[in-house]
Design a binder for this molecule. Structure first.
Ligand code: AP5
Length: 234
C-alpha cells in the first residue's frame, strides 16, 4: 500500500499486554502514514545501552519486569514529542501505561488543542490489541529482533529465512530481549493487569477505546487498524 503523508494523522495510542503486537503494528502504521513510532520500551532500552542517567535508573527495574517511574517516563516522552517529526502525528507504543501517565497525556493534549501551531490537535485514537494468554507466551518466548534494523521475528510464528539471522540487515545475528526471559514474563503480565488495564478502562469510559482482535494473523490485524484510522479521518 502506498504511503500516505499528505495529512495529519493525530496521535495513535497502542495498548495491549506484553507480546500483543504493539511494536509490530506500530512499525506498519509508521510505514503507511509516515509518522514516527514512539516506543517507551525502545527509548528506555536505548538509554540503558548508552548508560545515560535515565538508563541507569531504569535498568534494574526493567530487568525485574516492573514499570519505570511515571516522572522519568513522562519527561522522556515530552522530550520525544517536541521533535519536529511528531508534528503530523505519532504512534505511542507502550505509553500510557499507568493512570498517572494517561492523565499526564490528556493534560498535554488538552493544552495542544488550543495551540494553532500544532497540526495534530486531536485526542488520540486508542487501539487495544486483545490476545489470548497462551498466544502471548508463545509470542514473547519466541521473539527475536535485529539489533541493526529493528525488525521483529518469532522463531515459532515468523521465523527468519535462515535460523537466527536477519533477512534484511546483511544477515545480522538476531537477539533476545533481556526481559523476555521466562522468570521476567510473569511480573510483566502482572504489571499490565494491575497498572495498565485501568488505563484501558479509563479510555473505555471516555468512549475512546477501540478493541481489536490481536489473535488474528498480523496482516489481518494491520488491515483492521488501518480501517480504524481511515474511518476516524473520513
Ligand atoms: P515494552 O518494550 O513496551 O514491552 P511490552 O509492553 O512488554 O511489549 P512488548 O514489546 O513485549 O510486546 P509488543 O506488544 O510490542 O509485541 P511485538 O510486536 O514485539 O516495555 C518493556 C519495559 O520497559 C517494561 O516492562 C517497563 O519496565 C518499561 N516501560 C516501557 N514503557 C513504560 C511506561 N510507559 N511506563 C513505565 N515503564 C515502561 O510482538 C511480540 C512477538 O509476537 C513478536 O515475535 C512478533 O513477531 C509476534 N507477533 C506480533 N503480532 C503477531 C500476530 N498477529 N500473529 C503472530 N505473531 C505475532
Amino acid at each position: 500500500m502506498a504511503q500516505e503523508t499528505s495529512r495529519a494523522v493525530g496521535p495513535v495510542v497502542l495498548l495491549g499486554p506484553p507480546g500483543a503486537g504493539k511494536g509490530t503494528q506500530a512499525k506498519r502504521i509508521m510505514e503507511r502514514y509516515g509518522i514516527p513510532q514512539v516506543s517507551t520500551g525502545d527509548l528506555l532500552r536505548e538509554n540503558v545501552a548508552l548508560g545515560t542517567e535515565l538508563g541507569q535508573a531504569a535498568k534494574a527495574v526493567m530487568a525485574r519486569g516492573e514499570l519505570v517511574s511515571d516522572d522519568l517516563v513522562c519527561t522522556m516522552v515530552r522530550e520525544r514529542l517536541i521533535q519536529p517529526d511528531c508534528k503530523r502525528g505519532y504512534i505511542l507504543d507502550g505509553f500510557p501505561r499507568t493512570a498517572a501517565q494517561a492523565g499526564w497525556l490528556d493534560a498535554l493534549l488538552e493544552a495542544e488543542l488550543f495551540d494553532n501551531s500544532r497540526p495534530t490537535r486531536a485526542w488520540p485514537i486508542v487501539v487495544r490489541l486483545d490476545v489470548d494468554y497462551n498466544q502471548l507466551l508463545l509470542r514473547i518466548t519466541g521473539r527475536r529482533s535485529c539489533p541493526t534494523c529493528g525488525r521483529i521475528y518469532n522463531v515459532h510464528l515468523q521465523p527468519p529465512r535462515v535460523d537466527e539471522l536477519c533477512d534484511e540487515a546483511h544477515a545480522t545475528k538476531l537477539v533476545t530481549r533481556n526481559d523476555d526471559r521466562l522468570e521476567v514474563i510473569q511480573p510483566r503480565l502482572v504489571a499490565y493487569e494491575e497498572q495498565t488495564r485501568p488505563v484501558a478502562d479509563y479510555y473505555q469510559r471516555t468512549g475512546r477505546l477501540i478493541s481489536v482482535n490481536g489473535d488474528l494473523p498480523m496482516d489481518e490485524v494491520t488491515a483492521l487498524i488501518f480501517r480504524i484510522l481511515e474511518d476516524h479521518h473520513a
